[in-house]
Design a protein around this ligand. Sequence first.
Ligand code: SF4
Ligand code: SF4
Length: 289
Amino acid sequence: MSKELVIISGKGGTGKTTLTSSLAYLMKDKIIVDADADAANMYILMKPKVKYSEKFKGNPKAYIDPDKCTGCDICRKLCRFDAIDITDDGVYVVDEIKCDSCRLCEIACPEKAITMKDVFSGEWYESETEYGLFVHAKLYPGAENSGNLVTMVKHRAHILSEEKGIEYILVDGSPGIGCPVISTISGANFVIIVAEPTPAGLHDLERVKKLCDSFKVKSGVVVNKYDLNEEKTKQIEEFAKKEGIEVLGKIPFDKCVPDAIVNLEIPYAACDRIKNAIEQIYKRAMELL
Ligand code: SF4
Ligand code: SF4
């Protein structure tokens, strides 16, 4: 079975994709996965050629049959999500974005006018890139269920790795500690948490570390832009020591990194100042995987 290395962070914008894309550049024999379906951005740097795509079904949403509805108003009063509305013509309709798929209205409607309908909430893709096979996805605007989509994308990557005898899976995870992150770290062999030396950075790291511990997943820390606040970086290192997790490396600030991303270049390939740090992180991550 292939080994899975996951990169996550406590919030967006900490340098997670910078690190993942750079590791994708260095790592051999892997499948790359973008599990950040809510805000997929790895494809911008991977420049994939899509070979296969499929639509993804989210939770079913309530649908009101206007021919059966008598306008008794029971469903609208019961819906805790204010998802049922009346049009100017007096027709009862459901706002799919607000509908939480709880089915209460379906059960309560005396006329059996409400049914739950499947809706597509996103798409997933298998692609080829210069850096290896790439499995990625995107959610439609306002769509939910990114946790299920992440699970599906990772599952697909494991099937492909088995079929093709590929040793590693490199996953760009979602930020935060919500459902898609839980799906991302489940089954991972090692998780790198990217932290930044800001007042919120340590707090974010604590939350994500706790999440990894809850799922009994081994984790380590990378401090991005560490030299922007050496005092906060020290606090992150002290926290890591106290928690018994390793700081795999510290990436210096380099104005070249955002410029590289804007130019659709992988930061490791474009920016000399971060090269040593990324190589050290890569080496250590492969030892710990
Ligand atoms: S509960 Fe049924 S009949 Fe009553 S308003 Fe809603 S859909 Fe129409
Ligand atoms: S399924 Fe639940 S959330 Fe959706 S419209 Fe019906 S009562 Fe509201």
